[in-house]
Design a protein around this ligand. Sequence first.
Ligand code: SAM
Ligand code: SF4
Length: 266
Amino acid sequence: MKDKFNRNINYLRISVTDRCNLRCVYCMPAEGVVPISHTEILSFDEIMDVVRKAVSDGVNKIRITGGEPLVRKNIVELVRMIAELEGVTDLGMTTNGILLPKYANELKKAGLQRVNISLDTTDPIRYKEITRLGDIDLVYKGIDAARNAGLQPIKINCVIKESALEPDAQLVAEYCKQNNLEIRYIREMDLENGRFWKVQGGDGGDCKTCNRLRLTSKGMIKPCLFSDLEYSVRALGATSALETALNEKPKRGTISRKNNFSGVGG
Ligand code: SAM
Ligand code: SF4
């Protein structure tokens, strides 16, 4: 489907939860977010209504994210339902990797193709500082599990302050080189103050070529991460919410006071 600036929108990112088993300093407050209640969070049936409509309109690429997608109950089932849809040719997940040892095989069997795993340093102490809770060995185990399960490509998302030459980023680059992994540098963004950048090594953050819509765990379709526009699936229905988001997708992002990475999924 084309938006009014003739961009081909073929990519839907779905945030399946706002909860997370980590508390990365650039993403969440130390105490975590106030969790969305069970009635507020979209059911798998409601998510699938949106996905079906989006796919019938030409979306072929889907990424599951969060919060941490692997803490959503029965996430493998959702992956299976999406993978079974004719027209989905690219199904990926962005995860912090901590729960991949438990789920990688099941996810692959259910039809997940690839994963992006977040890793901002290889220094265990710095990792703990950045994530507030994380044990880096579990991420390494998660990366191994993803590889052994045949999920590919495995890309590493590395958040940087300003430059890929920062010491933590250099450590991750070295690790990726040794382990034959692709790296994407995401410069830390501040949505509220309109500070966002293109992803180095990826294609996010480039308004001219933006091809995506987002669905939040509360059921809002967001045409742009850097804008407060959002359309409720429950209030409008999947068809109308998607169509309105497509038609209202801004030419370029500005600022967002409502969006945050843990809720919208980055
Ligand atoms: N929990 C999963 C993870 O960390 O990979 C998926 C959700 S997380 C919000 C998605 C991506 O957004 C991660 O790669 C994370 O590093 C990135 N992210 C979070 N907060 C950010 C910020 N303020 N600026 C730039 N990237 C951010
Ligand atoms: Fe959790 Fe991912 Fe946010 Fe870190 S970046 S707190 S792992 S949602």
